[in-house]
Design a protein around this ligand. Structure first.
Ligand code: FES
Length: 578
């Protein structure tokens, strides 16, 4: 069945088996729309206009209740509507999610993974063959067994990776690299000039695989229950990465054909899906990934149209749930060489690493996607308009990303809102809303009984169910921190580094108020932002990173928390706010 999606001047087309929901088809086409309820048919936010309703499944009770009269105008819910024939769907161009922010990053000097040297072909006689003479001039001991040969007119450039000649070519104007952090919720990228080390452009987007579930387990399940599931999810990720690279190049006026290296620092499941590796084993004890070490593939093998000798390198995982993104975080913070420091990644897997006695003790806590805006009724990623902070002083003030009108709640906004509720006595110890009469007047007026939620602005609100999602996430992370520190660590903690795609907006006080951090912690706390992307950049720019990555893997010890009684017992306890 042919689906054609129109959005402004853009047209997307694809063929799908009958019964595929519009939302799944959008995901496969690399289109991300707002789905605050994760496609559960509850939020009514995934509205699209359709033409050819005879080619779509009939609206069920959920759609009839949510859409009412709008159904007659051709409006449908993408998550509830199945394709039964050829049809056209129209999206408001503004309904695509665009990430608004990414950390400021700067690096000094470089010794990149792909080096370029300009050399002139000797005109006179040479002692040995011309190629060996050229390579001798690089003063590197290089394997010459397999390299790309481009134009050899005039001044040429020699491209090398550690220990290897990779290309001789005279026509390329730049030597570029892409750093790629692929997470469950967000994909962050940066384009770099590998000759100068300059960050030329940065861009990120929501991971369109969200249409197949907001957490890694849903996506793994999709690859198991759907015959083409792995292929579909791989293709969705690859298209999203291609699109981001296109945007990076457009913005910096560079050519994708000059990109010679891509370094991926993703969580284990997302990296596997990008490379097309099976992920089933990550969901079953002992949760082993399909691959462990550094993986390299030709860019073309994973659907990226870059330079003819471009390769994609994925950083190694420590375990199924402590992936290359955390290795990159350890690399970029220099954690291995720092004693008594804790790195916490506030993402879907909630990874925690502590440097102790020359080892790196790691665990993950299955926090779920709440800290990234997932499974929250009006939750969004770091998009323009996302509420990132709230404050109350006689009246409620909302701070949104880009200072535009509120479009949803991102992870840091959620933490800030829960903190505000707790400070104003609006949540009881077990997590329920307290008696409305005890709330400050202006806040009390914002409670909507019909939605059983607190209205932040217009259609953006937070419900009791959302508070439960937050409790699950914070209990998992808090328990992980406590068990790791109390049972596996005997030192005196000097510093905590908070990482995550939204880290720079988090108020450290809110982490204590909401109970994400235990109150007895007494050390310096710094907010690091996206350490994963920084680690991918460091790998591209400094060859010494590869040896450091080996050292990180060599001294890392993974602790499986879910098998420990003390984790299970404490987890229930930490759900509350006592
Ligand atoms: S109703 Fe479709 S995503 Fe919420």
């Amino acid at each position: 069945m042919r689906l054609t999606v129109h959005s402004g001047e853009d047209v997307f087309e694809g063929d799908f088996p009958p019964g595929t929901t519009l939302l799944s088809a959008f995901g496969a086409l690399g289109i991300v729309i707002d789905t605050p309820c994760g496609g559960a048919g509850k939020c009514g936010k995934c509205r699209v206009r359709v033409e050819g309703s005879a080619s779509l499944s009939l609206p069920g009770q959920v759609e009839r209740e949510i859409l009412g009269e709008a159904l007659k105008a051709g409006i449908r819910l993408a998550c509830m509507t199945g394709i039964t024939g050829d049809c056209h769907v129209f999206l408001d161009p503004g309904s695509f999610q665009a990430i608004a922010t990414i950390d400021e990053i700067s690096f000094e000097g470089c010794d990149p993974l792909v080096r370029r040297r300009s050399l002139a072909i000797p005109s006179g006689g040479v002692k040995r063959d011309i190629l060996s003479t050229l390579v001798e001039n690089t003063r590197e001991n290089l394997d010459l067994s397999d390299f790309y040969t481009g134009s050899l007119d005039g001044e040429i450039s020699i491209y090398t990776r550690p220990g290897k000649l990779v290309a001789i070519d005279g026509r390329r104007s730049s030597n570029l690299g892409v750093a790629l952090d692929i997470g469950t919720t967000t994909i962050a990228t940066a384009l770099l000039d590998l000759d100068s080390g300059e960050v030329l452009a940065k861009e990120n987007s929501m991971n369109p695989q969200r249409a197949f579930g907001h957490d890694v387990i849903s996506r793994i399940t999709h690859t198991v229950v759907e015959r083409e599931g792995l292929k579909t999810l791989s293709s969705v990720a690859r298209k999203a990465v291609s699109k981001l690279i296109e945007v990076l190049c457009e913005r910096s006026e560079r050519r994708p054909g000059d990109i010679n290296e891509v370094v991926v620092s993703g969580n284990t499941t997302m990296t596997h899906l990008l490379f097309g590796f099976p992920v089933r084993s990550i969901a079953i004890a002992p949760f082993s990934p399909f691959y462990g070490g550094i993986v390299r593939k030709k860019a073309g093998e994973i659907g990226l149209d870059l330079s003819p000798f471009s390769e994609v390198l994925a950083l190694p995982a420590i375990s199924g749930y402590v992936g290359g993104d955390i290795v990159a975080g350890i690399l970029s913070t220099g954690l291995r060489e720092r004693e008594d420091e804790l790195l916490i990644d506030l993402g879907t897997n909630g990874e925690i690493v502590i440097s102790s006695g020359g080892s790196l003790l790691c665990c993950s806590t299955a926090a779920g996607p709440a800290f990234e805006g997932g499974n929250i009724t009006c939750g969004v990623g770091n998009v323009s308009g996302a509420i990132e902070k709230v404050s109350f002083d006689k009246s409620l003030t909302l701070k949104t990303i880009g200072d535009t009108s509120p479009s949803g709640i991102c992870g840091s906004g959620l933490i800030s809102i829960v903190s505000l509720f707790l400070k104003n006595g609006m949540i009881e110890a077990l997590g329920r809303f307290s008696d409305l009469q005890s709330w400050p007047g202006e806040l009390r007026d914002r409670f909507d009984k019909k939605r059983n939620g607190f209205i932040l602005s217009g259609d953006v609100y937070i419900t009791l169910k959302d508070l439960r999602q937050f409790q699950l996430a914070k209990a998992a992370l808090r328990t992980g921190i406590e068990v790791l520190l109390k049972s596996f660590y005997k030192g005196g903690l000097k510093k905590i580094r908070i990482a995550g795609g939204f880290g720079s907006k988090i108020d450290i006080g809110d982490l204590f108020t909401t109970g994400i951090l235990p109150p007895w912690l007494d050390c310096e706390i710094v907010v690091e932002g996206n350490t994963s992307l920084r680690g991918a950049i460091a790998t591209l720019l400094y060859r010494s990173s590869l040896a450091e990555i080996d050292a990180i893997i060599g001294c890392s010890k993974y602790i499986e928390l879910s098998s420990l009684d003390e984790f299970r017992n404490m987890y229930i306890d930490r759900m509350g706010y006592i």
